[in-house]
Design a protein around this ligand. Structure first.
Ligand SMILES: [Zn+2]
Ligand SMILES: [Zn+2]
Ligand SMILES: [Zn+2]
Ligand SMILES: [Zn+2]
Length: 169
């Protein structure tokens, strides 16, 4: 499957689109008859149907080959970050996308406090852990204090009951 058209900064040349998925070619492979599709789109045709998807001639997986100039043309297109729906405004060349996505400020990241269920953007994790995480050290002490005072209360009630029952007999 290719790259969604709406992820590209500028309108994409129709020649760079795959006729099977109608998206921008991902790992373009050419048939012996000269037709180009994404590797992921074309391989099932070559392996199972053994036919060019445009019905022009029989093909086998061995006959498919990469089209390097086309591939490098596509790699130079400007594409929006995978995390643009999460707020990243960066646009990078396709060949830089994987490296950017790996360290993108907006990639989803878990809070590093054990037991905290929060999933944040990478850039917000430190501030969350410092300021708003419910599992900060301060918050833990607070929980512990409440817990201790409950135990004291229960204890004193138990002692009180014992005294009463002793007095009652
Ligand atoms: Zn495709
Ligand atoms: Zn063909
Ligand atoms: Zn990004
Ligand atoms: Zn947290």
């Amino acid at each position: 499957m290719g790259f969604d058209l709406d992820r590209f900064a500028e309108p994409v040349d129709p020649d760079l689109k795959c006729k099977l998925c109608s998206k921008v070619l991902e790992e373009p492979l050419s048939t012996p008859c000269g037709h180009v599709f994404c590797a992921g789109c074309l391989l099932p045709w070559a392996v199972q149907r053994r036919l060019c998807p445009l019905q022009c001639q029989p093909i086998s997986a061995k006959e498919l080959h990469q089209v390097l100039p086309l591939r490098s043309l596509i790699q130079k297109l400007e594409i929006k970050c995978d995390y643009s729906p999460r707020g990243c405004g960066r646009t990078v060349r396709l060949h830089q996308l994987a490296a950017h996505v790996e360290m993108c400020d907006y990639s989803p990241a878990r809070c590093r406090h054990k037991g905290c269920p929060e999933v944040l953007s990478l850039k917000d994790v430190d501030a969350h852990m410092r300021e708003s995480c419910e599992l900060t050290f301060g918050a833990l002490i607070q929980v512990l204090r409440i817990f201790m005072s409950r135990i004291k209360m229960i204890n004193s009630r138990l002692i009180g009951n014992n005294i009463l029952s002793v007095l009652g007999t």
